[in-house]
Design a binder for this molecule. Structure first.
Ligand SMILES: [Fe+2]
Length: 403
């Protein structure tokens, strides 16, 4: 999506004869928005429609938890046991019509290929590294990467060791915020990242292999499996604007100010009625009178979900690596008691966190219920006598500078 790419062999012009050893190759235009959106053109050894067997359809079933009370929540996720693979191991925490947020700690290797036929995906790699093998080529990934996979991409994970992901799936498009781009699509000087920070597939590996190859496709609220008689990675070349890519959270250049900068300054991606933001280590607000942590806010039309990746979260009692706080719409939230006073004069933070703000309410799963600490809603009350919670480093390195 971010810019034009080309891997392997493609003919001089589109839609003309392209042969290998005399055999006409199959040209596939994979595109968005009815031939007027971004697209890529792929050249296959075999027709991608050549289905040998229509196998089973598994509907996606969700166990919704409807809490008795509307309240701020805190979920502890770090201790979740590994389960399933990179697809079956996705356990949905919260969702609405625009986005689904899941945790995934796979324990098995995928013995099939997967394609999301009804949504884009962003997989934040909290822990782990490996190779995302795709029809567009190999996409290496490592911890801290956002792996962005457009719908229609057939892929399989080849992980290297234990993995821990936060997964976003959306029926809309994952895009680079429009305000970061000029009219030609180039990232602006003021944007917090540049094209060099975006990593497309590195190598196209054309597989010429007959056999039985299951491809599981997410469609119509479930997973339909097709069995192909030829390896799905039979592409000899492709070009275009649609392909999977990675962007490291460590390459996000934080924007700081003399006084507090609002969350949109941390925006990394835009989705359909939601945003994904990266909170990275940075200098804090430097005006002598600045209060370097957020003001209380009632973000009345948003649900704010924050996943804590690494850093010292001493300023927020009970928050640890893998914690997720959810501040739902309609309620104010802000720093814990005493923290604003304590934070004055602090000049940096070492936190790393991923935030997803949705513009419509999120539903919760029973999986989330089981991870809910049940007390977070009272934390502004119970800590009312504290003076700065656990902040004991005058530099502010233990400060959580967003809420
Ligand atoms: Fe907030």
């Amino acid at each position: 999506m971010p810019f034009y790419q080309r891997l392997g062999d493609v003919p001089r012009k589109r839609h003309v004869q392209f042969r290998e050893n005399g055999t006409l190759l199959t040209e596939e235009v994979m595109g968005l928005e009815g031939f007027v959106g971004n697209e890529s053109i792929l050249y296959h050894l075999q027709s991608p429609c050549r289905v040998m067997e229509l196998a089973g359809f598994e509907p996606i079933e969700r166990d919704e938890w409807v809490p008795d009370q509307h309240a701020h929540r805190h979920f502890h996720t770090y201790g979740v046991e590994p389960e399933g693979d990179e697809i079956t191991g996705r356990r949905t925490l919260m969702w609405n019509n625009d986005v689904e947020v899941s945790l995934c700690r796979p324990s098995e290797r995928m013995d099939y290929f997967f394609r999301n036929g009804e949504g884009d995906e962003v997989i934040f790699v909290h822990e782990g590294s490996g190779m995302l093998e795709t029809i567009f080529g190999e996409v290496p990934y490592k911890d801290g990467d956002y792996v962005v996979i457009p719908r229609g991409t057939t892929y399989r994970f080849a992980p290297d060791g234990p993995q821990r992901y936060l997964v976003f799936e959306t029926p809309g498009l994952i895009e680079i915020p429009k305000r970061y781009r000029n009219a030609y699509g180039q990232l602006l000087e003021g944007a917090p990242y540049y094209h060099r920070d975006i990593h497309p597939p590195t190598r196209l590996n054309t597989v010429r292999e007959k056999g039985e190859f299951p491809v599981k496709v997410r469609v119509r609220g479930g997973y339909q499996t097709y069995v192909l008689d030829y390896h799905p990675f039979d592409v000899v070349g492709w070009d275009g604007y649609l392909y999977p890519w990675t962007f490291s959270i460590h390459d996000f250049e934080p924007i700081t100010g003399r006084i507090h900068q609002p969350p949109p300054s941390h925006q990394t991606f835009q989705g359909q009625n939601f945003v994904i933001c990266s909170f990275c280590p940075r200098k804090l607000d430097f005006d002598p009178l600045a209060v370097p942590i957020p003001y209380h806010h009632s973000n009345l039309q948003s649900e704010e979900m924050i996943y804590y990746v690494s850093g010292n979260f001493g300023s927020r009692r009970g928050v640890e690596v893998g914690s997720i706080t959810l501040h739902p719409s309609g309620l104010p939230h802000g720093p814990q008691p005493g923290l604003a006073e304590k934070a004055i004069g602090m000049h940096e933070t070492s936190e790393l966190a991923v935030m997803c703000d949705t513009f419509h309410p999120l539903k919760l799963s029973t999986f989330a219920r089981d991870l809910d600490d049940g007390r977070y809603a009272y934390s502004w009350y119970e800590n009312a006598q504290d003076t700065g919670a656990g902040v004991d480093d005058a530099s502010g390195a233990g400060l959580t500078s967003h809420l």
